[in-house]
Design a protein around this ligand. Structure first.
Ligand code: GAR
Length: 204
């Protein structure tokens, strides 16, 4: 059966949304042994692994060890859910087309960290989140689905983050279902590879 492996670094609320959506989660792995999400997954009877990146001399060695664990599950997809590590080129190539990420902004706006602070500083009126395929360019792979939320006059990074997070929990299970159901079409364009689905690709 097709399964997914989820990588987390902390709280794991997106992971919880994927479990609640009854996706076929084979395992949850974290680079942070203290990640709250790991304890939650363990309590649900999901196989969990903690692989502390601090125990490895460099990024590629850690990524190789991570790949070894992931590959024991032979997942159809590897799902980054708040996995706060930059991935090495060998890792990204190994899972090409099988590696998904959720990012808390409407990419290509605000890649990287502190996206809600960036959105408030720029004064954008619409913000949101993006599920995309991972490529070797940080936060730049083909976009599968986005959800938009209004930015309100009295928003703080925290209130805006909460409004975006509620949408993350909605669109990530949807995107993964599309990919597992083979509904994703990839089209090479001059500037990028474009992903599209049979269903609507933007939710408000
Ligand atoms: C989520 O907002 C996710 O989009 C973001 O981290 C948070 C994790 O929350 N990911 C990134 O910023 C990746 N660049 P969670 O642990 O509760 O799912």
């Amino acid at each position: 059966m097709q399964s997914i492996v989820i990588l987390i670094s902390g709280r794991g609320s997106n992971m919880q949304a994927l479990l609640a959506a009854e996706l076929p989660v084979a395992a949850v792995i974290s680079n942070n042994p203290q990640a709250a999400g790991l304890a939650f997954a363990h309590a649900q009877g999901i196989p969990t692994h903690a692989l502390n990146h601090r125990d490895f001399s460099d990024r590629e060695t850690f990524d190789r060890a991570l790949m070894e664990i992931i590959d024991t599950y032979q997942p159809a997809l590897v799902v980054l859910a708040g996995f706060m590590r930059i991935l090495s080129e060998p890792f990204v190539s190994h899972y090409q087309g099988q590696l998904l990420n959720i990012h808390p902004s409407l990419l290509p706006a605000f890649p990287g960290l502190n996206t809600h602070e960036q959105a408030l500083q720029e004064g954008v009126k619409i913000h949101g989140c993006t599920v995309h395929l991972v490529t070797s360019q940080l936060d730049r792979g083909p976009i599968i689905i986005q959800a938009a939320v209004p930015v309100l006059a009295n928003d703080t990074p925290e209130t805006l983050a909460a409004r975006v997070l509620a949408q993350e929990h909605r669109i990530y299970p949807q995107a993964i279902k599309w990919v597992l159901q083979d509904k994703l079409n990839l089209t090479a364009q001059p500037a990028a590879t474009i992903a599209s689905c049979n269903s609507q690709s933007v939710l408000y």
